[in-house]
Each structure stands twice: as C-alpha cells, then as structure tokens.
Write a protein that binds this ligand. Structure first.
Ligand SMILES: [Zn+2]
Length: 86
C-alpha cells in the first residue's frame, strides 16, 4: 500500500511581538489589565499566532488570530508596559 499525500494544515505557530506604547491611545480602545501576579494569557483561542509582550516576552495571548482581534491595549502583568495590537 502506497503512502498517500499527507495533508497537514499549516499549524505552525507564529510568534508576534507586540508594539509598546507609552500611553493608552485616545479613543474607545480597551486597555486590559490583570491583577498583579496573574501571568496567564489574556486570551486563548484557536488561531496560530501567539502575541508576546514587546518588553519582556510574556505570553499575552495564546493561539489567536490577530486579524480577528479588535484593537486592544494589553498592560503586561509582568512588566507593566502597554502593548498595542495594532
Ligand atoms: Zn512585559
């Protein structure tokens, strides 16, 4: 029996370093924060991108699709920097 072609979806995870901003942008853009000491990702989804803090590389969101996220600013719970998804 011949091995057939193996069809694998592209499940490679891309790591995306978020852009740091000094202050929260103006406008109706949510700023998400965590209580001190809680370092879990803000989101866990079914996509193939991981979003990392631009300062300390903490995992901010796991397995998401950045294209499908609205613009959000995440305050990194580890270093306190603001990370913009845009
Ligand atoms: Zn950080």
């Amino acid at each position: 029996m011949l091995p057939g072609p193996v069809l694998e979806p592209d499940e490679k995870i891309h790591e995306i370093i978020l852009r740091l901003v000094c202050t929260a942008p103006l406008g109706p853009i949510p700023v998400l924060k965590r209580p001190p000491g809680v370092l879990d990702p803000f989101f866990i989804g079914g996509g193939n991108e991981d979003l990392l803090c631009g300062n300390c590389d903490l995992l901010i969101a796991l397995h998401v699709e950045r294209e499908q996220l609205p613009r959000i600013v995440f305050q990194c719970p580890q270093c306190g920097y603001l990370n913009d998804t845009e």
